[in-house]
Design a protein around this ligand. Structure first.
Ligand code: MG
Length: 415
């Protein structure tokens, strides 16, 4: 049999692309796909926050013109690693923004957290198509980002697997026909745990995701289900539906990524194996499609797919996020900032697992939502919420350890 013709042909001019978060899971998968599509892409800039060796390795192998390491203390090392290659090296926050302003056809935004907001906005204002893997910037400043994208005619292509599946199954031409968007959630590693059993879970347990291979932050978000809460907010900004029309369902196999229900009773589902290369390939090739070497979905082999209602008592992050979306304004930004701090504290073993949602909820309670009017306000809110969450996390753990010492003392006294 003849080999079928490649789907994404090496065009007269390859698509120019920059990758922000190049050394993370999204960046590495993107580079892997680009390496397999000979001649279809030309890499302009790769950006990493701290992983200088991996960054140097990546720019050399993909032939990028520019490497940016955000951490300025790593600049000399980067320059040394790239000596004699002719590849430009730069470092610092300003260099990240300048890299985002370089003319390209697509920028993959794969930096974790609210840090992605500024460079992603710079690229949006160039009218660049954004492969959006970062969800936090839509959560923090969704209204502003969507307005800027419309103003500068920049297309946002979701790489988050659920949103990518919605993008592929939603009838954008007839938004009035849509009844509901349902995002699926694996339920994470603690889906079958009792709440009591979650008290002492460790970061090592939390980052061991059953289906997806992802970074530490998003893996913890998946374990608390805050990830799904953030994704509901993300979906609200990306798709033409009301807040109440988006919900989540547990689907432990992570094969169905979304369900879109229409008002005539029809429901369309987006399916694939849980491999981030599938949504990344969709975004890279859009509006065409490209060949990938990913494992194909074999439903007969899988046999059955299961679904269950999320337990919001065990996973309070879901309703905390939904309440922040309802409150609107600065509330989702506070939610995200507090969550980033709480997750970091948990990963450093300075906060318990159940403390994550508690810190987020307390931060939201202490910083009531304000109307959001500018990007400066987003940055200010982010800063204030981080400081507040840090303080609440510290106090909480002090109390926790004081309690623990008390019980040890009680045991020791033989009571
Ligand atoms: Mg997702």
């Amino acid at each position: 049999m003849n080999q079928p013709a490649p789907l994404l042909k090496a065009a007269a001019r390859p698509r120019r692309i920059s990758i922000f978060g190049a050394t993370g899971t999204i960046g590495q998968n993107t580079l892997h796909l680009i390496a397999q599509s000979t001649g279809a892409f030309a890499v302009e800039a790769l950006v990493s926050s701290t992983r200088v060796r991996e960054l140097a390795e990546a720019v050399k192998s993909c032939g990028a013109k520019l490497a940016v390491i955000e951490d300025e203390s790593k600049y000399e090392e980067l320059k040394h690693l790239l000596a004699g290659t002719g590849i430009e090296a730069a470092s610092g926050k300003q260099a990240v923004l300048e890299a985002a302003a370089r003319p390209v056809d697509m920028l993959v935004s794969g930096i974790v957290g609210a840090a992605a907001l500024a460079p992603t906005l710079v690229a949006i204002r160039q009218g660049v198509t954004i492969g959006l893997a970062n969800k936090e910037c839509l959560v923090c400043a969704g209204d502003l980002m969507i307005a800027e994208a419309a103003r500068y005619n920049a297309k946002l292509l979701p790489i988050d697997s659920e949103h990518n599946a919605v993008f592929q199954t939603l009838d954008f031409a007839h938004p009035e026909t849509i009844e509901r968007i349902t995002l699926t959630a694996s339920g994470g590693p603690f889906r079958t745990f009792l709440r009591e059993e979650m008290v002492n879970v460790t970061p090592e347990q939390a980052v061991a995701h059953p289906n997806w291979s992802m970074g530490a932050k998003i893996s913890v978000d998946s374990a608390t289900m805050m990830n799904k809460g953030l994704e509901i907010i993300e979906a609200y900004h990306l798709f033409p539906v009301e807040k109440q029309q988006i919900d989540a369902i547990i689907h432990p196999e992570s094969i169905v990524h979304c369900l879109v229900a229409y008002r005539d009773g029809s429901m369309l589902a987006g399916l694939s194996i849980p491999d981030m290369r599938v949504p990344i390939a969709f975004a890279l090739a859009w509006p065409e499609r490209m060949e990938t070497e990913t494992k194909r979905l074999n439903l007969a082999e899988i046999g059955k797919l299961t679904f269950e209602k999320p337990d919001e008592v065990k996973f309070p992050a879901l309703h905390i996020a939904r309440a922040a979306l309802e409150a609107g304004g600065t509330a989702p930004c506070v939610l995200n900032a507090a969550n980033e701090i709480a997750v970091a504290a948990f990963l450093e073993k300075k906060l318990s697992f159940l403390g994550i949602a508690a810190v987020v909820e307390e931060t939201l309670a202490q910083l009531p939502a304000e109307v959001l009017t500018s990007l400066e306000q987003v940055y200010d809110t982010d800063k204030i919420a981080r400081a507040k969450a840090r303080m609440l996390a510290e106090n909480r753990e002090k109390k926790h350890y004081a309690g623990a010492m008390f019980s040890v003392a009680k045991c020791g006294s033989g009571e």
